[in-house]
Design a protein around this ligand. Structure first.
Ligand SMILES: [Fe+2]
Ligand SMILES: [Fe+2]
Length: 284
């Protein structure tokens, strides 16, 4: 088992058309935080792929070239699966098409304005955010343990692949001599931009559910973000580590998650088998 290999796994999760509205632990907040990310994912994954494409055959060393191809394969598989996920949300009455289109337009405009180094810096900042969120939702049982099985399986597959490839763009950025200040500027831009777009998506979901004026909903949202589930509280420190001058994504060492999941994946015979096991076993 090569721990450096980035393996695209094109899984199909077949989220049911009658997915419960609050599929994640029957909690609108935990559900809509992940739904808001899912709505953003296809456009963002496209932006990430376009930032590394020019380097995929000439990244400076053969291992990195292979990893970049794996990265592109994984992100394009994620994008496809999130588009299908968002179609299910559309059936629930949310205007995911409009939100997805808006995001695509914004990111396309942005990528045309940025230098290739700044574009990369944006991607590696977002990769850090997805990696720390992925670590949280894989480790912390409050996040996915009581979720609808096929949706839970999709999120866990996405999370493990995000951790698996979390350093690829960073290593490329170093290879092309990207510097500290551009890296930090990328994180500022990503924090503001993704923060705003996620809030916009979350707001749409909450308005459609007529929760926007319910005080109890906002109190509970505060608790999910800052209390035991700690969606924001638990991410602050890992987020701030990015600002260290000698930061590297693997300084947050979660290799044991990779080893555990790769062992699990290698036991399966096919992608369908993987999906079935991911759905059945919530304890992995
Ligand atoms: Fe992804
Ligand atoms: Fe990623």
């Amino acid at each position: 088992m090569d721990s450096n290999a980035i393996v695209p796994r094109r899984l199909r999760f077949q989220i049911p058309k009658d997915l419960p509205r609050y599929w994640n632990d029957n909690c609108p907040i935990k559900t809509h935080i992940l739904n808001a990310i899912a709505i953003l994912a296809p456009a963002f994954e496209r932006l990430a792929i376009s930032s590394v494409l020019p380097f995929k055959d000439n990244a400076g060393n053969p291992l990195l070239c292979e990893q970049l191809k794996g990265f592109i394969g994984q992100e394009s598989a994620h994008g496809g699966e999130f588009i299908r996920y968002n179609q299910i949300l559309k059936l629930q009455g949310y205007d995911t098409k409009r939100l997805e289109k808006g995001n695509l337009k914004r990111f396309k405009w942005l990528s045309e304005k940025l230098s290739s180094k700044m574009h990369l810096s944006l991607t590696l900042a977002a990769e850090h955010l997805t990696a720390i969120i992925s670590d949280l939702i894989l480790r912390d049982k409050t996040w996915l343990h009581n979720a609808e099985p096929s949706t839970r399986a999709l999120w866990r597959w996405h999370a493990i692949e995000e951790i698996e490839h979390k350093a690829v763009v960073f290593d490329l950025y170093k290879q092309v001599r990207g510097g500290y200040f551009t890296r930090i500027a990328g994180m500022w831009l990503v924090t503001g931009m993704l923060g705003g777009l996620l809030l916009n998506n979350f707001g749409h979901l909450v308005i459609r559910d007529k929760l926007i004026f319910k005080l109890s909903f906002w109190i509970r949202t505060f608790q999910v973000c800052w209390g035991r589930a700690g969606f924001l509280r638990k991410l602050i420190l890992p987020y701030l580590r990015y600002y260290l001058p000698f930061f590297h994504p693997w300084h947050q060492d979660n290799h044991e998650l990779i080893v555990k999941w790769k062992t699990f994946f290698y036991q399966t015979q096919s992608f369908d088998d993987m999906v079935r096991m991911l759905q059945q076993d919530a304890s992995i």
